[in-house]
Design a protein around this ligand. Structure first.
Ligand code: T4K
Length: 373
């Protein structure tokens, strides 16, 4: 198979040199501490707080369980305002808590929840807002907080894409009541599977730590119906090692993002999403929107890329509100979500990962240019 025929996937997880991981494994084997807040777990929580510039952080087995637990920790009930333009786990976390999602449309520039549309969706049952920093681009955190303060609502950010992102006032993870990160294989920082809740105070962190450990307060007391959301020592050890490389990985992502922008910037009908308002972006994804002025439809482009061995993804299509467990909701109606619906029909996330070569970027752009020319 020649280099031109090698498949290119939307992402490829960054991994450290295997030999550097072996000493961590030796420590685990020697101590026989495999999970339940072991030494690597504690070290990673501290190291991440420092790296991310946040006060408290609780590690989890993945972001989905972390989202479910974040809602439980703040005793959220009734209705929660959220975005239809996300990975399905965002809304699933509400259903797992018996909460009704209320979908609100997104801003056409950021594809994040549009603050101008939130107030109209608030009812006496609304208790919280669950926005997503989509593709790692910060939401309008100040506008969302103003609404939350006015109506006494909690804000939980799904920050699955926002590892390391800084907005105008430092880490974007310090906004809202809680933020949830994902360390899944496909993310900027991965621990194979993993996630975390960022929280502002030790009391909330204690409650979250209890909830992720079945609700145990001590050996004989269970205070709430918690879940098993704990991160194992294997994943935590890997996280410690990955952290040494994450700045390098983000720097490399920046170079690839730049190359895409140079090669695609002038291509008619292909709209690149701006970098957003972040002071420190993480270049988690490279979404492009295929407009009517492009020569073919989004799906024809998607198929053409596949025929060339390039496996882009339509994140986020279909909209969450179109899945069977959501589409009966009043707020899921298409007329309520015109911007999100249009973007879901037009978006393609092109491959972007630290080990991607510039030749591979050019190969991807070549397909777009040939079809569009
Ligand atoms: N909130 C938001 C906003 C999210 O985007 C996500 C997850 C969550 C919450 C929940 O987080 P977690 O509970 O997962 O921590 C992927 C991921 O599975 C998912 O984590 C992610 N969002 C979502 C956007 O993308 P798929 O179904 O597209 O993944 P998959 O397996 O097709 O992987 C994409 C490509 O990546 C593959 O074609 C090849 C490559 N790959 C993938 C994996 C898993 C590898 O090279 N190695 C791997 O191990 O959902």
């Amino acid at each position: 198979m020649s280099i031109e025929d090698q498949p290119i996937f939307v992402t490829r997880p960054h991994l450290p040199p295997l030999e550097e991981f072996v000493p961590y494994l030796e420590k685990i084997w020697a101590s026989r501490i495999l999970t339940n807040s072991g030494p690597f777990h504690e070290q990673l929580e501290q190291a991440l707080c420092k790296y991310l510039g946040v006060k408290h952080l609780a590690l989890f087995t993945n972001a989905t369980i972390a989202l479910v637990t974040a809602l439980q920790a703040l005793r959220i009930t009734g209705e929660v305002i959220t975005t239809p333009y996300s990975f399905v786990a965002t809304a699933h976390s509400l259903l797992w808590n018996g909460i009704k999602p209320v979908f609100v449309d997104v801003d056409p520039n950021t594809l994040n929840l549009d603050p101008a549309r939130i107030e109209a969706a608030i009812t006496p049952h609304t208790t919280a807002i669950l926005p997503v920093h989509c593709y790692g681009h910060p939401c309008d955190v100040d506008a969302i907080q103003r609404i939350a303060d006015r109506y006494n609502l909690k804000v939980i950010y799904d920050a699955a894409h926002a590892f390391g992102v800084e907005c105008h006032c430092g880490s974007v993870l310090n906004h809202g009541d809680l933020s949830v990160l994902s360390f899944h294989a496909t993310k900027v920082f991965n621990t194979f599977e993993g996630g975390a809740i960022v929280c502002p105070d030790a009391k909330t962190k204690l409650r979250i730590d209890q909830l992720k450990n079945f609700g145990f307060v001590d050996e004989t007391t269970v205070a709430a119906p918690g879940i098993n959301g704990k991160m194992s020592e294997f994943n935590a050890a890997l996280g410690l090692l990955q952290l040494k490389y994450v700045d390098m990985a983000i720097a490399r992502r920046f170079e690839i993002d730049k190359q895409y922008r140079q090669e695609l910037g002038e291509l008619k009908g292909i709209r690149l999403l701006g970098c957003g308002s972040e002071k420190r972006p993480n270049y988690a994804y490279f979404p492009v929107l295929v407009d009517d002025t492009y020569s073919v439809s989004r799906d024809t482009l998607y198929d053409a890329l596949r025929s060339s061995g390039i496996y882009s993804r339509r994140y986020f299509y279909p909209l969450i509100s179109d899945f069977p467990m959501y589409r009966g909701l009043q707020s899921a109606a298409r007329e309520n979500l015109p911007v999100a619906a249009a973007c879901a029909e037009r978006v393609i996330c092109l491959p972007l990962y630290p080990e991607m070569t510039m030749d591979e970027v050019t190969r991807v752009c070549g397909v777009l240019a040939t079809l569009g020319g």
